[in-house]
Design a protein around this ligand. Structure first.
Ligand SMILES: NC(=O)c1ccc[n+]([C@@H]2O[C@H](COP(=O)([O-])OP(=O)(O)OC[C@H]3O[C@@H](n4cnc5c(N)ncnc54)[C@H](OP(=O)(O)O)[C@@H]3O)[C@@H](O)[C@H]2O)c1
Length: 337
């Protein structure tokens, strides 16, 4: 359990957040954070103090820092959101937790199982809250669909199809999306979402088949995956060479659930049974980061060290599946042995 006195987080006081790495996603996240009553953004950190000051001025944040570590030394911060490229998640999360900060870390929590195990061990040692920011797990429509599937509303699941692709081949080869040195490629960036959907609905597959295509700099740009389960199969795809429908379809022996595009940030779903389709709109608050922020706040308030909805074991299972895909497809990062 978290010791509230030690972390200086009092009942009646908002949970005080800090953000590390002020790139694209940090701008979206901070807007949703402002919508959560029980949360307050009090500090931001960039490697560049001018950028940190500008971000702080734009969103009315009291404190800005020109190094990540100086934010972690700030006593008032209860929880940090780590929003850097994948390859820095582990080192920053370890540093944050050694400063006794609770951590919400962008996906993937680490680039392989070894990294994720190290982060989880550090959270246990320091008795701080840690969660991978797998925000789709907290999306209301995705949650509802999982409940329907678990309750066998569409019978036994036979087939899941989900994809996530957009055209990214015009991006900077040094940027995080296409740079192998930053663990770039479609799988860890967006393929993680279809893999996540199959995993939350069907569990860890008994067999994985996958194949990838690579760009001239060695970065993986297309991955097709088949997850085989005892009585079901999932056909999944991620890619940067074109867009895709970004629909998720779940076929049971008594009906079909469809999560409309873009399914990972769903605004509703439909159920088809007996040849009738019913639509269930479920618009999100903000872009949808709102819900994972609420979950982190609730867990911290309750003294929990991990979320029941997206636990440490869930992160380990998911990275284990992605490791399997990578082994099958030959995706190796230059910094890996
Ligand atoms: N949940 C979602 O919907 C979602 C969406 C997009 C991305 N993500 C995840 O969020 C993470 C960040 O993605 P992003 O699109 O925000 O990336 P980005 O725009 O490239 O920004 C990443 C930030 O990380 C910091 N950074 C630290 N070391 C860096 C380095 N060597 N090279 C580049 N940046 C470095 C920089 O912040 P400073 O300059 O301020 O230090 C940079 O602005 C990724 O892990 C990604 O998977 C999640």
């Amino acid at each position: 359990m978290i010791n509230f006195d030690k972390m200086n987080c009092k009942m009646g006081q908002k949970i005080r957040w800090g953000i590390i790495g002020l790139g694209n996603i940090a701008h979206h996240f901070v807007k949703d954070l402002a919508m959560v009553n029980d949360a307050e953004i009090i500090a931001v950190a960039s490697r560049n103090i001018v950028k940190a000051n500008e971000f702080a001025a734009q969103y009315g944040v009291k404190q800005s820092f020109g190094s990540y570590e100086s934010l972690l030394q700030c006593e008032e911060v209860d929880v940090v959101y780590i929003a850097t490229p994948h390859t820095f998640h582990v080192s920053i999360a370890l540093m944050a937790m050694n400063y006794k900060k609770n951590v919400l870390c962008e996906k993937p929590l680490g680039v392989n199982t070894d990294e994720v195990e190290r982060v989880i061990a550090c959270a246990r040692e320091n008795k701080v809250f840690l969660m991978e920011a797998l925000w789709s797990r907290f999306n209301p429509a995705v949650q509802k669909v999982k409940q329907l599937v678990d309750a066998k509303e569409i019978g036994d699941i036979a087939f899941v199809h989900a994809d996530f692709a957009f055209y990214a081949m015009d991006r900077d080869l040094k940027g995080r999306v296409l740079n192998p040195e930053l663990a770039g490629g479609s799988l860890l960036d967006i393929g993680i979402y279809p893999a996540f959907l199959a995993y939350i609905l069907l569990g860890v597959p008994e067999k994985v088949l996958s194949t990838s295509s690579f760009y001239e700099n060695g970065v993986e740009v297309q991955t097709s995956m088949i997850f085989k389960y005892p009585r079901a199969q999932a056909v999944l795809y991620s890619g940067f060479t074109s867009k895709s429908s970004m629909k998720a379809e779940i076929y049971g022996d008594k009906g079909v659930v469809c999560i409309q595009p873009r399914w990972h940030e769903a605004q509703g779903y439909s159920v088809e049974k007996n040849n009738e389709i019913e639509n269930f709109p479920m618009p999100t608050e903000g872009r949808g980061y709102y819900y994972e922020i609420m979950e982190v706040n609730d867990c911290i308030r309750q003294g929990k060290l991990q979320s029941d909805l997206w636990s440490h074991q869930n992160s380990l299972d998911l990275i284990g599946i992605l490791d399997l895909v990578r082994r099958q497809s030959g995706i190796v990062f230059p910094f890996e042995p």
